[in-house]
Design a protein around this ligand. Structure first.
Ligand SMILES: CC(=O)SCCNC(=O)CCNC(=O)[C@H](O)C(C)(C)COP(=O)(O)OP(=O)(O)OC[C@H]1O[C@@H](n2cnc3c(N)ncnc32)[C@H](O)[C@@H]1OP(=O)(O)O
Ligand SMILES: CC(C)C(=O)C(=O)O
Length: 404
């Protein structure tokens, strides 16, 4: 990392919070394979798991700690001695290690779930951080449900854990309740009010219940957060977490606004996304920002015309920069003649303007009866038109579709 002010720590929790998505459980081998990919992607911290929860998770964290050198390997623990001991043990072979302890700080969680008073929670948090510090120098503390926590109490507990040795303090919006302006203001308030805040990195961990996880994380960064917790494809509890690919590409694309760097090799984003789809069986929707298959695809004629003239008319990022081979011009109901001309050029077919118009009309007519148009559909149209001497091509070589 360069320096704290213009760099952000990308803390990937695909293997911990991401794995908490119903149905996303991974085997030890899958977690290790994913951790190697996260290293290729360039994440700074890999939250490899929660060692106390099962033998499998303990082994997965230990194996990742043993095999994956370079990034910091992090293990989660409740503010419970046994959890912290398990985390320390699982991390023993890590080159760079972090123990992440958490306890809830909102009144609703403390009263109904933990059945603890504010004072008891502070004492438990301080003692957990001290215990974690007895094993490692890099300790993260999370105030679970921070976004719904009384601000004075949050300031107080953060000061206490930083005094106890926490090197990163994480402010989760555990239930995805905050709005960007509120969350940005919360980070700003902590930066000004927490006496010893300069001794720790401020981190955020936003959930996506209202679809605001990335927006809230960005607002936090704009107000001084320097670690963002996120997951590939945004998987995680309920509606998931801030998506790694979204926060990284937002910071890269809007460098003019944020002036923040990450260490992420963005060309590995699509590979990482595909690996998460494979190991979890959870597929991203086509319109998923950055890694969805429609993110750089254009079907509407006016857009296609613009993109053919200059990609920047309708693309704010380059498909190649996130790991796709290229952008796509997709033929369909909304396509116009500029796209048809491009398709013909690519396939080395020459038609006159009347024939191009006729082909365009036939593509539109076919699109009224089916959802998607493949290359072989277009060749079939051309072959049907053979009698009218439009063109003669052998469509059999194009059977199957490039896109669909
Ligand atoms: C916001 C988050 O994502 S937090 C992380 C969530 N992840 C997980 O829960 C991982 C999977 N969890 C598990 O396997 C289990 O819940 C375990 C192993 C952690 C605990 O299992 P159990 O002992 O059976 O307890 P159970 O899950 O029913 O209840 C949670 C217990 O942890 C306590 N607890 C919850 N959070 C904390 C905390 N941060 N610090 C201390 N204690 C906590 C609860 O008060 C409750 O204690 P109780 O049993 O004395 O009532
Ligand atoms: C453990 C913490 C960081 C968490 O996952 C949450 O609050 O959502």
């Amino acid at each position: 990392m360069k320096n704290k002010s213009d760099q952000i720590v990308i803390f990937d929790t695909t293997l911990r919070d991401g794995e908490q998505s119903p149905g996303a459980s991974m085997t030890i081998e899958e977690k290790v394979q994913m951790a190697h990919q996260l290293k290729r992607l360039g994440v700074n911290v890999i939250e490899a798991g929660f060692p106390v929860i099962s033998d499998g998770d303990f082994k997965a964290v230990s194996e990742i700690a043993r095999q994956v050198k370079g990034p910091t390997i992090c293990a989660l623990a409740r503010a419970v001695d046994n959890d912290i001991e398990a985390a320390a043990k699982a991390l023993s072979e890590a080159e760079n290690k972090r123990i992440h302890v958490f306890i809830a700080t909102s009144d609703i969680h403390m009263e109904h779930k933990l059945k603890m008073t504010r004072e008891q929670v502070v004492l438990r948090a301080v003692s957990a951080v001290k215990k974690a510090r007895s094993y490692v120098t890099d300790v993260e503390f999370s105030a679970e449900d921070a976004a719904r926590t009384d601000l004075d109490f949050l300031v107080h507990i953060i000061e206490a854990v930083v005094d106890a040795g926490a090197t990163t303090v994480n402010i989760p919006d555990t239930v995805g309740y905050a709005t960007p302006s509120e969350f940005g203001q919360l980070i700003k308030a902590l930066k000004t009010r927490v006496r010893n805040i300069e001794q720790a990195v401020i981190s955020v961990h936003c959930h996506n219940d209202l679809g605001l996880a990335t927006a809230n994380s960005l607002a936090a960064v704009a107000n001084g957060a320097r670690q963002v917790e996120c997951t590939v494809n945004g998987i995680g509890e309920r509606s998931g977490n801030c998506a790694l690919e979204e926060i990284v590409m937002a910071l890269k694309t809007r460098h003019d606004k944020f002036a923040i760097e990450t260490d992420i090799n963005t060309r590995e984003l699509v590979n990482s996304s595909k690996m998460v789809e494979e190991v979890t069986g959870i597929h991203v929707q086509p319109n998923k920002a950055i890694v969805g298959r429609n993110s750089f695809a254009h079907e509407a004629g006016i857009h296609q015309h613009g993109v053919i003239a200059n990609r920047a008319t309708y693309e704010i990022m380059r498909a190649e920069d996130v790991g796709f081979e290229s952008n796509e011009i997709v033929l369909g109901k909304h396509s116009g003649r500029h796209a048809i001309r491009l398709w013909l050029d690519k396939n080395k077919i020459t038609l006159n303007e009347d024939e191009i118009t006729e082909l365009s009309n036939k593509v539109k007519a076919l699109s009224d009866t089916q959802k998607q148009i493949s290359d072989s559909d277009v060749f079939a149209i051309l072959n049907q038109s053979q009698g009218d001497n439009v063109v003669s091509v052998d469509a059999t070589q194009y059977l199957g579709s490039k896109r669909w």
